[in-house]
Design a protein around this ligand. Structure first.
Ligand code: CTP
Ligand code: CA
Length: 222
């Protein structure tokens, strides 16, 4: 249960949290993105801050604001988020990747606005973005810890296990985005949580604020 006074069990820990969507421009006015609001990441950042951590947020485009005690690095594209993360990660103790990073970006049309009269139909080519969390996992030191999230529509447990191993994570929280009350645009999440020590838990639908609090509890178990 939540206590009115926060334990300072993350005091002295430098924590970086990625959050929100990324936005991949195509022409002068259009972009590729997703409906992430950044809420889960904001809850992770706020919980860590209340528990005494030094928190840096690397935020894609959202409508969120943070207290002045949290430093915010605003970014737009996945490439910018990658660069910001690579810059911050060596100085951090814990990384938490909640961002809904676009897996691909469109090959840009240019800075001009595309005019509908120029085409009868439209085909856009997409190229892959770098996996930020994978890169953080590759360069993770033994004194650093990494939390990942996973958005799944099927075989959640297997998918989460695979992502935890491939990305060299300490903890992963997966949600079924087909479930009402989980994922984009809602204030709750129902998580399957798995850690590198083999602990597996299925949590009921909970407010994202409480999911965040429990995830920090879980990370601090070992
Ligand atoms: N992630 C990231 N950089 C990317 C893609 C994902 O840092 N380019 C992070 C997310 O922030 C999340 C985790 O990786 O913590 C898993 O993201 P998810 O989209 O569920 O998995 P992917 O590895 O992208 O695979 P897929 O979308 O095909 O399921
Ligand atoms: Ca993805």
């Amino acid at each position: 249960t939540l206590k009115a006074i926060s334990p300072q069990d993350l005091a002295g820990q430098k924590v970086v949290v990625t959050l929100g969507p990324t936005r991949e421009p195509w022409d002068g006015v259009r972009f590729w993105s997703n409906p992430s609001s950044g809420t889960m990441g904001a809850c992770m950042a706020m919980a860590a801050y209340l528990r005494g951590a030094d928190v840096t947020v690397i935020a894609g485009p959202t409508s969120l604001d943070f207290p002045s005690g949290i430093s915010v690095v605003p970014v737009t594209t996945a490439a910018q988020m990658y660069d910001a993360c690579m810059e911050e990660w060596p100085g951090m103790d814990i990384g938490c990747a909640t961002a809904a990073v676009a897996d691909f970006h469109p090959v840009p049309y240019g800075d001009q606005k595309f005019k509908k009269a120029d085409a009868d139909d439209l085909t856009i080519t997409f190229k892959p973005n770098k996996d930020i969390l994978y890169s953080m996992g590759q360069s993770k030191r033994t004194d650093q810890r990494l939390i990942g999230f996973a958005a799944e529509t099927n075989s959640i447990q297997e998918a989460a296990q695979g992502k935890m191993q491939r990305k060299n994570l300490d903890l992963i929280a997966a949600n079924d985005i087909t479930q009402e009350g989980s994922g984009f645009g809602v204030s709750t999440n129902a998580m399957f949580v798995l850690d590198k020590n083999g602990r597996k838990e299925t949590w009921p639908q909970l407010p994202k604020t409480e999911v965040a609090w429990r995830l920090w509890d879980h990370l601090l178990l070992d």
